[in-house]
Design a protein around this ligand. Structure first.
Ligand code: CA2
Length: 149
């Protein structure tokens, strides 16, 4: 089982600014936890971060046939990107959307996700640990789908 872990714009800044919102952990911590969690469940994860919408769209577009599912934090593109939404729909891969903060406790513009309707589920507000939960949730979903045939 192969998983693709995608992180969107500015998440490379994790651990350097706004720790009261995003915690003190880094993108390297996020990617290490996602890979470790995948391995614990017998899967392998590849991680990619970009500030560029088109690069994220291209990664999703190339994922079909290579990966079994996607964990994505689209960051600010969550609230704006029809392109990412369309890419997730076209990939037809199961995806889990994850957010570090609970966006429902924040500004009104963060209450809308363009991408979540294309995902199996959405997780938010658990900080770094949300990535472990998202990977475990995705693997659980994939195993259930396999059993159902
Ligand atoms: O809570 C999340 O995971 C978000 O996806 C983070 C995005 C934000 O636009 C979403 O509404 C919620 C922002 C990522 C920016 O990351 C930074 C990390 C450290 C310092 C500054 C920005």
């Amino acid at each position: 089982m192969r998983l693709l872990i995608l992180n969107g714009p500015n998440l490379r800044l994790l651990g350097t600014r706004e720790p009261e919102i995003y915690g003190a952990f880094t993108l390297a911590d996020v990617e290490a936890l996602a890979c470790k969690t995948a391995e614990q469940f017998g899967a392998k994860a590849d991680c990619f971060q970009s500030d560029i919408e088109g690069e994220l769209v291209a990664r999703i577009g190339a994922a079909r046939g290579v990966y079994d599912g996607i964990v994505i934090n689209p960051a600010a593109y969550t609230h704006t990107s029809v392109a990412l939404r369309d890419a997730l729909a076209a990939s037809a891969l199961p995806a889990i959307e994850v957010h570090i903060s609970n966006t429902h406790r924040r500004e009104a513009f963060r209450q809308v996700s363009y991408t979540a309707p294309m995902c199996v589920g959405q997780l938010m507000g658990f900080g770094l640990y949300g990535y472990a939960l998202a990977v475990e949730g995705l693997i659980h979903y994939l195993n259930s789908e396999r059993k159902r045939g």
